[in-house]
Design a protein around this ligand. Structure first.
Ligand code: SAM
Length: 238
């Protein structure tokens, strides 16, 4: 039996959003390697007396994945948990894990994304919106164009902004997004918006207003934004 990896989504923060199948994967694992915030979501499921837990950062993760992979014996399991859904805005890391462990030895278990919780709270269905993440290391110019086009097309947008404090030219948070839309001819004083911080946790906040109001406002890194242009349409209309 080869070394096995579970790559799992554990929801946006509340342990109530951790699925049973994700819990099974965690319990089955000899190693758990994750970011501090993600680990805190699953703390009550982890048993530190029999599982080795590694708290990593963007800087230390590569060494940790390689170290765990080399320590693991055949037939052992490792879990790498991700906040929200592992299939949304995590591929830069997931692709590396697939490379290290090999596709056939990795099981990906989806979770509930912060995007889905934001959709639920704003009543903007994901199928009526452009769902987009700016929380990537790579270039976001095409994504900015897609955002602008969606707004011009009267579509809603559910997005994750990009915090980048070490290089403010790469920072693309709510205030930058509002300015970008205004500078590209959008009347942001009429564009409805929601910003959700710390979703599903006891620090959760909701801002509801117009995109123009976001200029000069700071929000947490842990935030999701919804540009709401939804027109409700029920089955009675068809
Ligand atoms: C690398 S992305 C990961 C997204 C995650 N895979 C998901 O499906 O929610 C990290 C970003 O997700 C968003 N996020 C994650 N958890 C959140 C929460 N509890 N409340 C608001 N936004 C959250 C924030 O924008 C955060 O900077």
């Amino acid at each position: 039996m080869p070394k096995k990896l579970f790559v799992i989504g554990v929801g946006p923060g509340s342990p109530k959003y951790v699925t049973d199948i994700a819990k099974d994967a965690i319990r089955k694992s000899n190693y758990i390697v994750g970011y501090k915030y993600t680990l805190s979501t699953i703390e009550s499921i982890i048993d530190r007396s029999r599982q080795q837990v590694l708290d990593v950062t963007m800087k230390t993760q590569e060494e940790a994945y390689q170290d765990v992979y080399s320590k693991m014996k055949d037939g052992e399991y490792c879990t790498v948990p991700f906040t929200g859904d592992v299939n949304f805005s995590e591929s830069e890391v997931v692709d590396r894990l697939l490379e290290i462990f090999g596709d056939d030895n990795v099981e990906i278990i989806p979770g509930i994304s912060s995007i889905q919780v934001a959709a639920a709270k704003s009543r903007v269905p994901t199928d009526k919106a452009l769902v987009i993440t700016f929380h990537v290391t790579g270039d976001i110019e095409q994504k900015k164009k897609d955002l602008l086009q969606a707004v011009r097309d009267k579509r809603s947008v559910i997005l994750l902004p990009r915090p980048w404090l070490r290089d403010l030219t790469k920072h693309f948070m709510q205030s930058d997004i509002a300015k970008f839309l205004r500078e590209n001819g959008i009347d942001t004083s009429k564009l409805r918006v929601w910003v959700f911080e710390h979703l599903t946790t006891d620090k959760e906040t909701v801002f509801q207003g117009f995109v123009k109001d976001l200029e000069g406002k700071d929000f947490s890194d842990l935030s999701a934004m919804v540009i709401d242009q939804v027109k409700r349409q029920t089955y009675l209309e068809f």
